[in-house]
Design a protein around this ligand. Sequence first.
Ligand code: NAD
Length: 297
Amino acid sequence: KATIIDGKAIAETIRSEIADEVRHLSQKHGKVPGLAVVIVGSRKDSQSYVSMKRKACTEVGIKSFDIDLPEQVSQSELIGKVHELNTNPDVHGILVQLPLPKHINEEKVLSEISLEKDVDGFHPLNIGKLAMKGRDPLFLPCTPKGCLELLSRSGVTIKGKKAVVVGRSNIVGLPVSLLLLKADATVTIVHSHTYDPESIILEADIIIAAAGQPMMIKGSWIKPGAAVIDVGTNAIDDPSRKSGYRLVGDVDFKEACKVAGWVTPVPGGVGPMTVEMLLKNTLDAAKRAIVGFRKSL
Ligand code: NAD
């Protein structure tokens, strides 16, 4: 029977570790980390992510700078705001919530964030360094970093293992594949054009599922004893719930529990880790700015 990786409990432990470090930093240096969270427009999902991030900051003693811009803001105004935050010494991290409205070029905006403040890890240079051997990005994207943290805190070794990543998006699949490669796994990426994904996934010691396809990975697709990290967060109809829906992952959790060595639930697995990794990146950015600490991967 699989060990269920309790992402919520691990995230709580990390949150208290971060709060301790923030307290220590402020006692020793009289400064607190600052995170600017920029949101454009009023998408409901973005607003709920942003308020979760801002609340988490406050909880650990990180100062949150709230920048709320209207849907119609021009690209140059938004970039002007980013530049202002780049030069504000109290802001150590800048996060621009995605997606941005259609009239704004996301890549252009992300590339204007100062590398030292790119706590989401999406600056093309940080991603580029992630892809290169012997180069360390200043920051790792939060969800992929959370996946690896769950593996390491559960005692799963990566080196030399066969890892299969399902999905190749810029925010999850691709960066998590690069991270696993850096950690010396043999990595295969399965995507929407892959022929016979089942037989490829069946070979994996480590599965990272990030396709956004409800319960696509069945128990029979999982090698006995494999570690399964389910990033997928899919709402499916459930008339028995007051909300009318429930969240499921990309993996059939019940079946996976019978075969896998480790498995993350949805919700309560990868989800809670993403915010903690953002706080951790912000703390690292602040340490680097305040005490000149150098972080290597
Ligand atoms: P995306 O839609 O941008 O990318 C999905 C990827 O999966 C694509 O690369 C596509 O090729 C691949 N794919 C689609 N159908 C497939 C299939 N049938 N077989 C194999 N590959 C297939 O999605 P995303 O932004 O990467 O997110 C993926 C999932 O992770 C979503 O459910 C999302 O909600 C979730 N997510 C969770 C967190 C978190 O928990 N913190 C963060 C980000 C995304």
